[in-house]
Design a protein. Structure first.
Length: 95
């Protein structure tokens, strides 16, 4: 769920790093499974001279998430997306 909330152009992370600060071409997160379950990674495509600024934004977002969790708006958006996914799966199965 966290990966869904922190990924995409509507995410707070994307808005801050790319749109507000123009620090990266792309920004995202990935939740790993398989051999390394529980790993959650942040990524960005940026210029070498902006790496430290991007890392600072990532550190601040990690701290915010640890302290506050997702905002009500982020949760609402996440649940709305999950409802659409479930609806699409049910339609594909003819349920």
């Amino acid at each position: 769920m966290l990966n869904s909330a922190e990924n995409g152009m509507n995410s707070r992370l994307f808005q801050r790093v790319r749109e507000d600060k123009s620090l990266a071409y792309s920004v995202g997160t990935k939740a790993a499974g398989g051999f390394h379950p529980g790993v959650f990674a942040f990524s960005a495509a940026t210029q070498a001279d902006k790496i430290a600024d991007v890392e600072e934004c990532f550190d601040e977002e990690i701290s915010r998430l640890a302290a506050e969790g997702l905002s009500e708006e982020e949760r609402d958006l996440l649940f709305s997306c999950l409802e659409r996914v479930i609806q699409n799966l049910e339609e594909d199965r003819g349920l």
